[in-house]
Ligand binder design. Structure first.
Ligand SMILES: NC(=O)c1ccc[n+]([C@@H]2O[C@H](COP(=O)([O-])OP(=O)(O)OC[C@H]3O[C@@H](n4cnc5c(N)ncnc54)[C@H](O)[C@@H]3O)[C@@H](O)[C@H]2O)c1
Length: 304
């Protein structure tokens, strides 16, 4: 009872943007390593947590390579690289995140996995710390319900590759408080990103607009309207898209695209406009997942 009261009182202490010095990143895969990279580059101490040391080693190696790329582009001096890397503390023990002022979850896109990780982090973090998720499609409200801090919980949707892409969708659930939301918007600016405020709804804005575009492009190929190359050329040269939708789908992963179409269809009560293209379903079933499997709408190096 006393502990619950203490948590409630401490919970009413609001964290301010200048109080944020240490950030925990949960999951060190594609997105977690990119998120750790941008926070460390902006001077934050980062506690990077994964379940196995080999994932953390792989993440640090990839961060090192991406920092080298930025040095080559003249983004900062080579002497700064060791300092940036030294700000990242790789850990496997969740208890090590206790000193974080802000935490971002970037574990696989599965509701059960995310709920478990978030509930665990919620128990360890200080009551006033803000907890965010980088989910691409799961309801922020549903994830916030796994924690005892739904007013200090929100979506912080970075784009891939994180060090390069300027956008962050900042997604508030009905329960997200103004303070946590404002601090997160400011935090994005500290990272030299552009935050855009979005309310919690299936696919948010990014995937709700992008995925039906990709899905429709796949329908064009399936129905023989045009080849994948032709569809992509129309969108690049006619609509000024830097990359065609099918090339982009291969880069994202066709399994990820299909999962998000399913989330949209379910989230909008089965609305037929979100029906996943059968060709996309067949390609995923056949293991043609795009660039990561060597074959999707295009064939990549090393695949016959
Ligand atoms: N890849 C993208 O283009 C992209 C873009 C935007 C958002 N997202 C979202 O970001 C999240 C992460 O995606 P990703 O592509 O980085 O996935 P990923 O598979 O590359 O990385 C996930 C990492 O989480 C780790 N992990 C698993 N369980 C864990 C646990 N209990 N605690 C800590 N770490 C754990 C895994 O070992 C792995 O290293 C997902 O929610 C995804 O939807 C992905």
């Amino acid at each position: 009872m006393r502990a619950a009261l203490a948590a409630e009182v401490l919970g009413s202490v609001k964290i301010k943007i200048d109080d944020i010095r240490t950030v925990a990143v949960l999951g060190s895969g594609t997105m977690g390593s990119g998120i750790a990279h941008v926070f460390a580059r902006s001077g934050y101490t980062v506690i990077l947590r994964d379940i196995d040391k080999r994932f953390l080693d792989r993440a640090l190696e990839s961060i090192g390579k991406n920092l080298d790329r930025e040095i080559k582009k003249g983004k900062f001096a080579a002497e700064q690289k060791p300092q940036i890397l030294a700000r990242i503390q790789p850990v496997t023990d969740m208890a090590a995140i206790a000193s974080a002022d802000f935490a971002i979850e970037a574990v696989p896109e599965r509701l059960d996995v995310k709920r478990e990780v978030l509930a665990q982090a919620d128990r360890i973090l200080r009551p006033e710390a803000i907890l965010a998720t980088n989910t691409s499609s799961i309801s922020i409200t549903a994830l916030g319900a796994a924690t005892n801090r739904p007013d200090r919980f929100l979506g912080m949707h970075f784009m891939n590759p994180v060090p390069v892409m300027p956008l962050v969708e900042v997604i508030r659930s009905k329960q997200t408080g103004d303070d946590a939301f404002d601090v997160t918007m400011d935090l994005c600016k500290k990272l030299e990103k552009t935050p855009v405020a979005v309310n919690d709804s299936p696919g948010f804005v990014s995937n709700r607009v992008l995925m039906p575009l990709i899905n429709e492009a796949a329908f064009c190929v399936m129905e023989g309207v045009a080849t994948a190359e032709a569809v992509d050329t129309v969108m690049k040269l006619g609509m000024n898209h830097p990359m065609g939708p099918l090339e982009l789908a291969d880069f994202i992963g066709l399994d990820v695209c299909l999962d998000i179409m399913n989330v949209l269809q379910k989230g909008f009560g089965g609305d037929a406009k979100y029906r996943p293209c059968p060709l996309l379903q067949e390609m995923v079933a056949a293991g043609r997942l795009g660039k990561k499997s060597g074959r999707g709408f295009y064939v990549y190096d090393g695949v016959k």
